[in-house]
Design a protein around this ligand. Structure first.
Ligand SMILES: C[S@@+](CC[C@H](N)C(=O)[O-])C[C@H]1O[C@@H](n2cnc3c(N)ncnc32)[C@H](O)[C@@H]1O
Length: 182
């Protein structure tokens, strides 16, 4: 009996670990792994755009929702919306985010249509190859709303005119990283 329980436990743990690895590697392969940003870098980014209670934040690839939480808790923004497709970050998002002002859209960010859902602050922490694929959508959003404040953390958006850049220390990377405002 004890062997059945032991092997049952090992088997379930293995399934769990393999499932986690699959989800992680799948998103890594697709170009945007779930790596949450250093909260201090996120705060500096929202300070840069002077986020306030008139703002609606949109985070494309919101992970565990940390940027949404910081926007609501530290900057008192009106609403914070995240797009996320990966099951593990979505699971963690539901564990950590209970504020009604935070909305999670379980859709790919490539489906985001700025005509239907226009924030005042677009927050991006994504790899260059993903930013490149999103550039047309981002440019379209800026064209529809020229006042849209776009912040990109650590990586630059290609072919976009930069308004301001700051550098700040990222504890995870143990070095200074850039934040770009467009
Ligand atoms: C680098 S993390 C950023 C997490 C969070 N925004 C932050 O600043 O801490 C990128 C996130 O994008 C998500 N992602 C990848 N491809 C996606 C897609 N097509 N649609 C929505 N989210 C996606 C990943 O699951 C991951 O959580």
């Amino acid at each position: 009996m004890i062997y059945i329980i032991f092997f049952g436990f090992v088997f379930i743990s293995l399934i769990f670990v393999l499932g986690f690895l699959f989800v992680y590697l799948y998103h890594d392969f697709k170009g945007a792994p779930f790596v949450g940003c250093d909260p201090n870098v996120i705060r500096e980014a929202f300070k840069l755009v002077k986020a306030n209670n008139d703002d609606v934040v949109l985070d494309l690839g919101s992970g565990d929702g940390r940027a949404l939480r910081i926007a609501i808790n530290d900057f008192n923004v009106k609403k914070a919306i995240g797009y996320e497709t990966s099951p593990l970050p979505i699971f963690i998002h539901y564990l950590l985010n209970h504020n009604k002002k935070i909305k999670l859209v379980k859709k790919s960010f490539y489906e985001w249509n700025p005509k239907n859902e226009m924030p005042t602050i677009l927050y991006l922490y994504l790899l260059p190859k993903v930013l490149e694929k999103l550039t047309l959508q981002i440019k379209k959003a800026k064209k529809i709303n020229p006042n849209l404040k776009i912040i990109s953390l650590v990586f630059q958006i290609p072919e976009m005119e930069v308004k301001q850049t700051i550098k700040t220390y990222h504890r995870g990377f143990k070095k200074e990283v850039g934040i770009w405002l467009y």
